[in-house]
Design a protein around this ligand. Structure first.
Ligand code: SAH
Length: 398
């Protein structure tokens, strides 16, 4: 039997939770007298004991759990999860119907009413990501619900908890047809190779869909493009398909080379005509400067934190420096596509990093476009802090 615990909110948090804030922060409530277990259902009450919401306990770095409902009598069972999924799927009807896009997010955690649960669609296959042991304890009900509401060709899952940031090698296959990887998915008419059973990542970050499209449709024609932190080269593919005269993809990970070759190949692009460098981006900046290399378009999409033997990099601290290095190898009149998925700062702060870099180098700039999460990455209404993606297209003016 699942443990049920009553937890009392501190007075100052009652309004937030009542109005729709989904995350249960440790500081928001009194510590409960009974030890909470992962997956415990929480009856959340105000300081006078009046019912506010029902949630579950599941430790993530963001908080200790999530609100599931504000209806006192609502049961948390397979029918509850099926209702949430139906609502989420109805919102993605446009994606299910699209002929030129076969990969998208079906269920975006707190944005769709169940924090800690992410479901992505890849050409008939579903990939479920579990962000706490707590949400994972509802696995049977959630899979029953998923099968009730959609036709699942094959099911894979990623366990993203209890790993100390490390990805534990495991077989991610759950049920249905096994994928013949790489699986080819389509995004706005471009092909991408994905593998749902090869470590923590799949080969493509679906949240950058609109950015890749903008690069292909409006900024690549006739340009030289440098793609830093390129991973499988998804931006490079978009650039070539948009008419770029050449791309250079730079990533430290050895596997980025075969993976990038694969992404080019599945789009019929001659990868030998493109430059793929397995190296540290910061070394590449020095290399490019020494050789007088300059680019028309530079994509900057670093991880929030990166550590190599020689250095550590954090977007919250070092983004201005990254932009300054980039400016040295960007042509006048060129474009920098600056991206970050660091949830610890917002768009305003990100723009202040951009301004700092350009002001300190006496360079004028013009912001042409901004992107945040696309429509399928639903964010809770009124809580933009869950919209972690920030992408700014910056034209370098002199
Ligand atoms: N821009 C990519 C996603 C980047 S993921 C895309 O759109 O698909 C972050 C990547 O940065 C990883 O592939 C990682 O290997 C790489 N990386 C981390 N630190 C790096 C460094 N110092 N130099 C080069 N690549 C680095």
């Amino acid at each position: 039997m699942r443990q049920q615990i009553e937890v009392k909110l501190h007075a100052k948090s009652v309004k937030d939770i009542t109005k729709g804030y989904p995350l249960l922060a440790k500081e928001a409530m009194e510590s409960s007298e009974v030890a909470m277990e992962e997956g415990s259902l929480l009856r959340i009450v105000d300081p006078n004991g009046r019912y506010i919401a029902t949630g579950y306990y599941g430790l993530q770095n963001k908080g200790i759990g999530w609100v599931l409902t504000r209806k006192e009598t609502e049961k948390i069972d397979a029918a509850f999860f099926a209702t949430k999924m139906k609502e989420a799927i109805a919102k993605r009807a446009r994606f299910y119907d699209a002929e030129d896009t076969t990969a998208f997010r079906v269920f975006n955690g707190e944005g769709d009413g169940i924090g800690g649960l992410i479901i992505d669609f890849f050409n008939g296959y579903y990939l479920v990501s579990w962000y706490s042991e707590g949400i994972y304890s509802f696995r049977d009900d959630i899979y029953q619900a998923l099968h009730e509401v959609v036709e699942v060709r094959g099911l894979y899952e990623k366990l993203r908890f209890n790993t100390n940031g490390q990805y534990l090698e495991q077989d991610d296959y759950v049920s249905g047809e096994k994928g013949d990887f790489p699986l080819i998915v389509m995004e706005n008419g471009m092909n991408y190779a994905v593998d749902l059973n090869d470590g923590a990542m799949t080969g493509i970050f679906l949240d950058q869909r609109e950015v890749r499209k903008a690069l292909r449709d409006h900024y690549a024609e006739g340009k030289t493009v440098l793609n830093t932190f390129s991973y499988t080269g998804a931006f490079s593919v978009a650039a070539v398909l948009g008419g770029a005269t050449g791309t250079t993809s730079v990533d430290l990970a050895k596997r980025s080379l075969p993976k990038t070759i694969e992404q080019f190949a599945v789009n019929g692009i001659d990868y030998e005509a493109q430059d793929i460098k397995v190296m540290n981006v910061f070394d590449y900046f020095r290399y490019a400067e020494r050789h007088g290399l300059k680019f028309d378009v530079v994509v900057l999409d670093p991880p929030s934190f990166a550590r190599t033997k020689k250095m550590t990099f954090s977007t919250a601290k070092d983004y201005p420096k990254l932009l300054k290095d980039t400016l040295k190898i960007t042509n006048n009149g060129g474009l920098i596509i600056a991206s970050t998925n660091n949830a610890s700062f917002n768009m305003k702060k990100f723009k202040s990093f951009i301004d700092k870099a350009f002001t300190e180098t006496n360079t004028r700039y013009n912001i042409l476009e901004e992107y945040q999460l696309p429509e399928d990455f639903t964010v809770p209404h009124n809580y933009p802090e869950f919209n972690y993606l920030k992408v700014v297209f910056i034209k370098v003016m002199n």
